[in-house]
Design a binder for this molecule. Sequence first.
Ligand SMILES: [Fe+2]
Length: 375
Amino acid sequence: MFLAHYGQGTPESPIIPIGKPILSPLNVDEFVPPEVDEIYVDDKLTLHVINKLHKDRTRAAQQEAVPLAEELPVAEKLYSEALEHAHEFMNDVRKGKDVNYHDAEPVVDGFIESVFRNESAAVTLFKLRRFDEYSYTHCINVGVLSIILGKFLGLDKDTLRLLGLSGLFHDVGKARIPEDILNKPASLTPREMEIIKTHPLESFKIISATDGPAKDILRGAVEHHERFDGTGYPRGLSGKDIGIFGRIISIVDVYDALTSKRCYKAAMPTSKALSLMYQWRDSTFAPNSIEHFIKCIGVYPVGSFVRLSTGEYAVVTDNNSSNASRPMVKILFDASLRRKASVEVDLLKDPSGLEIKECLNPAGYPVDLARLLLV
Ligand SMILES: [Fe+2]
């Protein structure tokens, strides 16, 4: 490998010798100080892996060739199965029974395969959900979004399975918290807050009931409220002491919490949630991690309901990787919210300068986007 650019540091005050070949993993430790989070490698110079990379990318592209309309019903069925499963394990914990996370492996594997066929289908479900059962949908959303972000970061399928399970069970400890505290529509007292803060450790204990629990799953669950700057809980870990599962799950956990409707707050539009989370980069979240997440799901994730500069209403159908604010959209309604013949527009190529004015919460409109997306 040849180092091309710094993730941190500048060419004026180099930490790493740019352009110098790294011939073995041992050299990485030699050249890259432990405080450096990210380096850029010049793939063009890395001759012996180009073919492999090319093959992997071609294979990935082929695997994503399933159209959204075809994958959406499959992902929807998986979501219902997962929802049933979440009800089961949360209720088991409430009754004092043990849970075995291996039971959830088929559903997590199903999501991994779905995400590799067409990840927009799973992302779309978050936007279209009409469920009003946050405690259950949140487990699934965090599990699936973790898989999507983990895939974007290059994790292999075996690691994604552990990550998906860790995401699915990260909040299982909340089943041991009294519901009147969990759903309190007012601010919590310091005592109630202390009780809430026990849930990551409770999740850890519950997952530990499975024979030979995977360490990564446990660590992701117990670290999902730790923060990069050390302000999180339960242990106040900071920086690199927080494992990659904890870092990934913390991002998707906050994202799902902000964009979900709760008994004490409305759902926040995705673009607003992402811009808020972007302000917390380098404090709540590790450097570059929010940037990665935004690149991964787009500023307007597939399935977002938007109002265009013409006043018309549309749904986002695909992302343009070169410009996250100009995705592909399907126009469904005129400015008076009357249904019109669907027209698909690539906002990156549209000559009239059509653009997104606002990201809306579909729950506030009398539209069934799930059905219209398939038309
Ligand atoms: Fe949590």
